[in-house]
Design a protein. Structure first.
Length: 397
């Protein structure tokens, strides 16, 4: 925190008056189900995005990221918020401001914001949603807005959908905003009903493995997959009364799947339906301390994402395959949007060092470079933190 404050003063020539921390997230199971009205099971992480802020006397905003120092200060005025390619990462907080101003009108004051994140950028752990929720809480605190976290979650999703142009579901923002220490969230993305589930993993840990292959979400086939499942839903609604693919049980889907015609569209819809069922079964297994069953459902999830949804790719498939060969591993799967990014594995605590060494060596032999590993601690959601905090910023293992 002292380093962040010193950097803030150096960049903006004033003292920070507010600090916010916004976590990253990992989804344990339930992938590409959020925008299909299904269930997800994510949790917030102990690493994320820090934002230090000071209010200005004019209507100018100035952003600086310690992760992208070559970009310098990104600045503008609150009445001219436009998504521009040259502003790169800063479009995410700009998008949140834009959505907030549509509700609250133009803010009376601008602000200087310093960002620092230790979420691997482009790894699929939701650095963009973390940045969005950080900005949302900054605005709430800075202007004493009476707004719930769920509202901020929805507004952050709107910023990404409309201002950024990525048609993401609500899982990332919800997990990051509503996270609870040592708990995962079973979220129904259709109704936003949710419950916290304790992560009681006994002698096991959650290990995140980063392929170190960057993926550009807006440029990937993410939006294409969403269009395909929307196409499937429209066809199915002609023969059954549903509002989302998440409304269907697997046996119901199989009874009417022939109306989809296209084998490709059928496989996309099949993943959404079966993944939703897997997620509910996995949470039930975890809550009954059936870790082996939970791990098997993770494996089935990855196979479906690989074969039916086709969003994994060589790097993720190799990473998961390497993980499942290791002693003490009960489950492993890709997590996030896919097309690169990370896998998540459940690993026996006393096997983590061997797991990292063995997976790194085999992955590097096949892919040509090593992955990076993070042993996950499960944290609270986005919140204001003390400027006097002495907590060490978590770095990679």
């Amino acid at each position: 925190m002292q380093t962040l404050q010193a950097t803030f003063k150096k960049i903006f020539q004033t003292e920070a008056t507010l600090a916010v921390f916004s976590p990253g997230r990992v989804n344990l199971i339930g992938e590409h189900t959020d925008y299909n009205g299904g269930h997800v099971f994510p949790c917030a992480l102990s690493f994320g995005t820090y934002a230090l802020v000071s209010k200005r006397n004019d209507q100018k905003y100035r952003f600086y990221s310690m992760n992208f120092p070559s970009k310098g200060i990104v600045s503008g005025t609150l009445d001219t918020l436009i998504n521009t390619k040259e502003d790169d990462w800063a479009n995410y907080p700009k998008g949140v401001i834009d959505v907030f101003q549509k509700r609250y009108e133009i803010f009376a004051n601008g602000f200087d914001v310093l960002f620092y994140g230790n979420i691997p950028n482009g790894a699929g752990l939701s650095s963009s949603a973390s940045l969005e929720l950080a900005m949302a809480v900054v605005l709430r605190e800075l202007f004493t807005l009476k707004i719930t976290m769920v509202d901020m979650v929805k507004m952050s999703q709107e910023a990404e959908n409309v201002f950024i142009g990525v048609k993401c579901g609500i899982m990332d923002q919800f997990a990051i905003g509503m996270g609870k220490k040592n708990h995962a969230i079973l979220l129904n993305c259709n109704t936003l009903s949710y419950r916290y589930s304790p992560l009681q993993l006994a002698n096991y840990k959650i290990v995140i493995s980063n392929t170190n292959k960057r993926r550009g979400l807006a440029d990937s086939k993410y939006n294409e997959r969403r269009q395909e499942t929307t196409q499937a839903l429209t066809a199915l609604q002609k023969v059954i009364e549903i509002t989302s693919l998440g409304d269907l049980a697997p046996n119901e889907f199989e009874a009417i799947a022939d109306v989809l015609g296209s084998e490709r569209i059928r496989r996309r819809a099949k993943h959404a339906v079966y993944e939703n069922a897997r997620t509910l079964a996995a949470v039930e297994a975890l809550e009954h301390n059936q870790l082996t069953t939970f791990g098997q459902l993770m494996i089935e999830s990855h196979k479906s994402l690989r074969d039916d949804y086709e969003v994994t790719g060589e790097e993720l498939d190799v990473l998961v395959s390497c993980a499942l060969k290791q002693p003490g591993v009960i489950g492993s799967r890709m997590t996030g949007a896919g097309f690169g990014g990370c896998s998540v594995s459940i690993v026996a605590s006393d096997q983590i060092v061997n797991f990292q060494q063995n997976v790194a060596a085999e992955y590097a032999k096949i892919i040509g470079y090593e992955p990076t590993f993070y042993v996950a601690d499960i944290a609270d959601g986005t919140k204001k933190i003390s400027l006097n905090s002495t907590e060490k910023i978590v770095e990679e293992v």
